[in-house]
Design a protein. Sequence first.
Length: 318
Amino acid sequence: MTRVREGAVRGLVFAVALWGIAQPAAAEDPVPELVLTRVDESVYSAIGAPAAPSLENRGHNNNLSFIITADGVVVINGGDNALLAEGLHRQIRRLTEQPVRYLINENGQGHAFLGNAYWARQGVTILAHRDAVAAIREHGAGSLARMRERMGDLAAGTEVQLPDVAVDDFYALELGGERIELRHFGDAHSPGDLSVWLPGRGILIAGDIAFHERLLGIFPDSDVEAWIESFDRLVQLQPNVVIPGHGGPTDVETVRRYTQGYLQFLSGEVAAILEDDGDLTDAYAIDQSAYAHLHTFEEMAQKNAGRLYRQMEEKLFE
């Protein structure tokens, strides 16, 4: 039985943003049973846990979305491992007899691509931005090793599978009367961030360029200055619904507040510290309590400040 929850937000009908990986369908079945969020009649998402990937959440800490068309299904994100990918596929099969034709990796992080091998075995064509493909080629083995250490026997069937198609900043699919646009708004959270835009529905599956329920992460390969500018290009689409990389569907102003707004706030604080000849200790002490209600705040807040300080300090000497 497919588990789907629905509710209403600002007149938009979609599921309550539930998270937490459901347990396997039976004790002997290692494939997890996922809960789906219905965004509209053809767009669904399995909302990931607002935490780091773990054995407890079965690696499901990001959103796994899909679009059902008259000629096939398009999946966004391969999942952290093959069993998780299979769990999503089971739910798709319960909703439609249409085959999965395309898989889109939103970036080169493990939770976006480690399930690729499962989908490749189903004959699915895999697409990613060329910068994400390069990241998978360079770091994929390390991501796989860390996942195997975390998941143990539940990593079975997971291998590094490179995407079949490397796209640039724009790529359009036409499938079953649905126009599906892959858009790279510019450097942001990680190399090759892709968003999926459905112009006929006003739905943007934004990926990791947009956050709102958990504090975003600034990583060594994040470009905060560019991220702020890239977000402006996202907003220009004026989407009615945004499915972020983590957290439930929402509106564009909410993700602007907790993504671009947070990045602008933290950048301003770090700039003031550098102007006053402050140091890394001052960056760690920035008061980020306005965002303390977000998931992963304790894990990420100080790390974000420290990484952004180092990035902005380096730029002073370029």
